[in-house]
Design a protein around this ligand. Structure first.
Ligand code: SF4
Length: 139
């Protein structure tokens, strides 16, 4: 994003911060791991900023792929920006970073969720909208 324009990179960073803040404020406060160490470390961060919520609310809303669009955009925005930049001038470093980003957003994310985090998550036992969405076809 910095290669495109420093203003774009700051806007992109702000977008990520806003989404993280929203997650910590609206979801992590109601999670079993609020104040505890979860796979992503956000349970502890959330407890430093926000008061504990209600664990029964964690699974109150079902989420769909449409709700995931803001999160998907975190990877898609720099990826599309990279494609535009590649058309203006080929850059092997940029192409390598884009391939890495695509792998992290797909296979890497899947690996982290299935092998390292969600598999061992205690919140999942009482319900998790994300787990229900991602593993809908496996149940
Ligand atoms: S099941 Fe996965 S997504 Fe859901 S709360 Fe646990 S770690 Fe997070």
């Amino acid at each position: 994003m910095l290669k495109a324009h420093w203003v774009l990179s700051i806007l992109y960073l702000l977008y990520i911060i806003i989404l993280e803040f929203r997650l910590l404020k609206n979801s992590c406060v109601d999670c079993y791991y609020w104040g505890k160490t979860c796979g992503f470390g956000k349970g502890r961060i959330s407890s430093l900023i926000f008061k504990k919520g209600d664990i029964s609310k964690f699974c109150a809303h079902e989420i769909s792929w449409k709700d995931m669009i803001p999160d998907i955009l975190i990877s898609l925005i720099p990826f599309i920006t990279g494609i535009i930049l590649l058309f203006t001038g080929f850059d092997i470093l940029l192409l390598s970073i884009m391939i890495l980003l695509a792998l992290l957003a797909t296979t890497g994310n899947g690996f982290i969720r299935t092998k390292l985090t969600c598999t061992y998550c205690s919140q999942k036992e009482s319900g998790c909208p994300a787990d229900m969405l991602f593993n809908k076809n496996n149940k």
